[in-house]
Design a protein around this ligand. Sequence first.
Ligand code: UTP
Length: 292
Amino acid sequence: MQVRSAVIPAAGLGTRFLPTTKSVPKELLPIGDRPGLQLVIDEAVGAGIDHFVIVSNRSKPAIESYFEPAPALVAALEASGRRELAATISGIGSDWRVTIVYQDEPRGLGHAVGCARDAVGDEPFAVLLPDELMGDSSLLAHMNGLCLRSGGSVVALKEVPTDEVSAYGVIDPAGPVNDDGEVPIADLVEKPPIDAAPSNLILIGRYVLTPDVFDEIAALRPGAGGELQLTDALRAQATRAPFHGVVSDVSRHDTGNPLGLLTASVEWTLRDPQSRDELRSFLDEVTSRPTP
Ligand code: UTP
């Protein structure tokens, strides 16, 4: 058994990027030279996943067209000698399988994941939020292994200062964190007040879930904000089955807001040997100027 499918919810309104997201889905905004959505797919491919279920909305047709074959573009790139780029373009959606499913209106993350039920089938699967970028595939690979070993769902966690917990989903640990960063979980709570938070370990947008979660999602009632919350379905799983977290310090960016997208782009570009010197000089120069 292997975790083969990943669900990527991409049907939200992206209101923090309006007016851009009036026509361009936020999941396709670039970090360096490629869309955030592609970086998340690359991370999952590195963890052994080869089937992507993209949850989209019919008002975001650019997502579907990103995965469509582009033979004329590939031919033009090959004709001009740009073979590597041509191979990258023709690999999109053919090196791995893509299924697009639709969420008619954004009714929350739990509802979005539920829309992927038929495409995923009756096996463990990953969920990757495309506006959280991880530095590499190691965390997801670790989570896949733990899910298969334990037979229960696994969530990615990060330790944060206690005064930051109220903006996130927080876990209630059922025991200590072991040397590999694995921790058993008794319960989860969405955005608790600081004094009621059961820990300072927050959920960071990567999940490996057993398929019974779809029954829990189907039974959900609207929670915080009138939405069907994935955290509520996970709580139900945690009360009756093995349920773990993996605490990680892998480098991570929240690209769901304009500043986070910018800082992720800067870090990505500083990794690129062809661009980094020019970017560094620009940053030195611009930060030495008096603030306007
Ligand atoms: P976010 O809450 O960050 O995305 O959800 P959003 O709602 O599009 O953004 P804002 O808050 O209005 O700026 C995280 C991911 O889950 C998807 C989003 O597309 C995003 O990739 N999502 C969210 C869905 O697919 N469906 C939903 O109902 C909610």
